[in-house]
Design a protein around this ligand. Structure first.
Ligand code: FES
Length: 257
């Protein structure tokens, strides 16, 4: 266990886009390590003792809210779940998550991305006009199916998978693993009455599942160990089936055999 009072060196990205004339730079701070110290605790220490202007996000400090995602020694992950003892040489670099709008220093606007993504995939139950009777008992669901949905619902929308995705760097509109995980969650929910064809209209293109190059960045970095590649492969197969049905139902072209 750490706590030997070693000195940690933090190299932290600093830039405030709101400040006219400010330029991106790396700034170094020294912190005395404490037992069980996380990156989040160290950042609070730096802000309290060295620099009150340092910007970074957190809410829950327990890996639940997804606010504290950042790139730690080159890897997107959660600051509140990362122990400083993981870094034997005591040198730690911190950068904001790429692929999101920078608010300042280590703080990015993941909320804007998540909102646009949720609207695009219509990330809510589509009951096809069935009115909900508030006096009725809750609809029953097979417990195994409920467990499967809950497994995918563990996504905390931290944005680590988006930042680790090379396809997203090349295709700005790429839905990304977090979007696919949400779709997979609704596709599996028996209360959602959307057809494969309706999902195909959202997913069946290069900005959707067919654009994924299977580089596994999402799978490697997800702090919740969600089965991204398994779900993406499932959706891709489903969407191929939907594409075949669309093609079969299209009227034959004049001159085609
Ligand atoms: S502060 Fe909530 S996940 Fe880290």
């Amino acid at each position: 266990m750490s706590g030997n009072g070693r000195k940690l060196k933090f190299h932290i990205f600093r830039f405030d886009p709101q400040q006219p004339g400010d330029k991106p730079r790396m700034q170094t701070y020294e912190v005395e390590e404490a037992p069980g110290m996380t990156i989040f605790i160290a950042l609070n220490d730096i802000r309290a003792k060295h620099d009150t202007s340092l910007q970074f996000d957190f809410v829950c400090r327990a890996g639940i809210c997804g606010s504290c995602g950042m790139v730690i020694n080159g890897r997107p992950t959660l600051a509140c779940r990362t122990l400083t003892s993981k870094f034997p040489n005591g040198e730690i670099s911190l950068l904001p998550l790429p692929a999101f709008e920078l608010i300042g220093d280590l703080s990015v606007n993941t909320g804007k991305f998540m909102r646009i993504m949720t609207e695009r995939i219509e990330g809510w139950i589509h009951a096809n006009g069935e009115k909900v009777n508030l006096d009725s008992l809750e609809e029953r669901m097979d417990p195994d199916r409920a467990d499967e949905i809950y497994e995918l619902d563990r996504c905390v929308e931290c944005g680590c998978c988006v930042s680790a995705c090379a396809t997203k760097r090349m295709r700005d509109e790429f839905l990304s693993a977090v979007g696919f995980m949400k779709i997979a969650r609704f596709e599996m929910d028996p209360r959602d009455k959307r057809t494969d064809r309706e999902y195909y209209n959202i997913l069946g293109n290069d900005q959707g599942v067919f654009g994924c190059m299977t580089l596994l960045g999402c799978e490697d970095t997800c702090p919740k160990d969600l089965p991204h590649q398994n779900r993406i492969a499932y959706l891709r197969r489903k969407m191929l089936g939907a594409a075949r049905k669309v093609a079969a139902s299209a009227p034959a072209r004049i001159g085609s055999p």
